[in-house]
Design a protein around this ligand. Structure first.
Ligand SMILES: [Zn+2]
Length: 76
């Protein structure tokens, strides 16, 4: 007999491959293909937004450095 184990995607502990629910965190590890695909799409979208944000922050920081003053401390 052989018991193959897989890693639970949620708590990252080993569980039996045949068990539909992780014994450690009690979550279902059988994820429908459609959901898995949607998840991948969301991660890609998140990474893209993260890159965009980093780029905009970098641009903003270089602009602040150029003007040499903090626009938040613009006491009139
Ligand atoms: Zn788990």
């Amino acid at each position: 007999m052989s018991t193959s184990t897989v890693r639970c995607p949620f708590c990252l502990s080993d569980k039996e491959a045949e068990a539909p629910v992780c014994p450690t965190c009690n979550r279902e590890t059988e994820i429908p293909e459609s959901l898995r695909k949607e998840h991948e799409d969301l991660i890609r979208m998140r990474d893209r937004l993260r890159d965009e944000l980093a780029e905009k922050e970098a641009r903003l920081n270089s602009r602040r450095r150029r003007t040499g003053k903090n626009p938040d401390a613009d006491g009139a």
